[in-house]
Design a binder for this molecule. Sequence first.
Ligand code: FAD
Length: 291
Amino acid sequence: MKLSDILAHADKPLISCEFFPPKTDKGEENLWNCLNELRSIEPAYISVTYGAGGTTQDRTKGIVTRIKDETGLSPVAHLTCVGASKHELAELLADYRAAGIENILALRGDAPEGMEHFEAVACGFSHATDLIAFLRTQGDFSIACATYPEGHPESRGGVADDIRYLKMKQDNGADAAVTQYFFDNEVFFRFRDACEKAGITIPIIPGIMPVGNFDQIVRFSSMCGATIPDWLHEQMAPLQGDPDAVKTLGIELAANQCRELLQAGVPGIHFYTLNKSEATIAIRNQLTDLL
Ligand SMILES: Cc1cc2nc3c(=O)[nH]c(=O)nc-3n(C[C@H](O)[C@H](O)[C@H](O)COP(=O)(O)OP(=O)(O)OC[C@H]3O[C@@H](n4cnc5c(N)ncnc54)[C@H](O)[C@@H]3O)c2cc1C
C-alpha cells in the first residue's frame, strides 16, 4: 500500500520499523524472524535502508520485493544519489515499478568510504531535493524523505537550512518526512513548530533509536550529529558492563519518549530497529492506550 494512502487514512498514529540488508545468511534469517515477530504490533510499513555508497542496491531490492510478496507488510525502499547516474536510477525505479514497489525514501546519502565529501557522479544528483523531483517523473511512487531536528552535520546555516530544504522536498513531491533520531523531545517540538511556520504540511514522523548498546549509540551519534544529553550519559554510565540493564533502561526511556511525542500529536513513530525486534515490541506494548 502507498505510504501517502496509509497516512491519509490512518485513524491513529502509526508505527513503522527500519531494517538494513544483512550481509550474511544468518543475518538474513534473523531479519525474517524479526519481521515475523513484528507482525504482532502491526507496523504500518517497513523501510529497508540502502547501504552507504549505494552498496546494497540489489539486497535492498530483493528484501523489499520479498516483504511485499511474502509478508503482507508494506515496504518502503530507501534510495540514495550515491554513485548512480540518472539513467541507472531510472533503471532501478523501472524494476521497482515492475515489482509493485510503491514507496521510496529518497536520500542524498553519505560520501562512500575513503571519500571526504559527497560528490555527485556525472549525470547524477547532488541533493535529495533533486532526486525527489526526478522520482516524481518516474511513476506513481509515494515518496518519503529525511529531515534533521538538530540540523544535518553539513548544514552551514544550522536547522534553518534543513527547514528550508525540507520545504523544498515537500514542494518537489515528498509525501512525508522521517527524522534523524534524537533524545530530547523539546528539540523535536521546536523543529516541528518552525516547520509549520515555514509552510511544511507533510507529516513529520519522529525517528526513535532505543538504546540497546550505549557505546554503539555514542559512535553512531558522533557520525550523524545526534546529541546525547548529559542525563542519558548519567543514567547509562553506572550500567556499563551490564548489557541487560542497559537494554531494560533503553526500552523504558524510549517508551517514555514515545509517550510524550504521541501525547503531543505526532502522526507516528519510526523505530530504528538495528535489525532487532525485541525493544520495538516492548516499547509498542507499553503504548497500547495511545495507539
Ligand atoms: C530517516 C533516515 C533514513 C536514512 N537512510 C539512509 C540509507 O538508507 N542509506 C544511507 O546511505 N543513508 C541514509 N540516511 C543518512 C543520509 O543519507 C545522510 O544523513 C546524508 O548525509 C544526507 O541525506 P539527505 O537525504 O538528508 O540529504 P540532503 O537533504 O540532500 O541534505 C544533505 C545536505 O545538503 C543540504 N541541502 C539539502 N538540499 C539542498 C539543496 N537543494 N541545495 C543545497 N544544499 C542542500 C542540507 O542542508 C544538508 O546539509 C538516512 C537518514 C535518515 C534521517
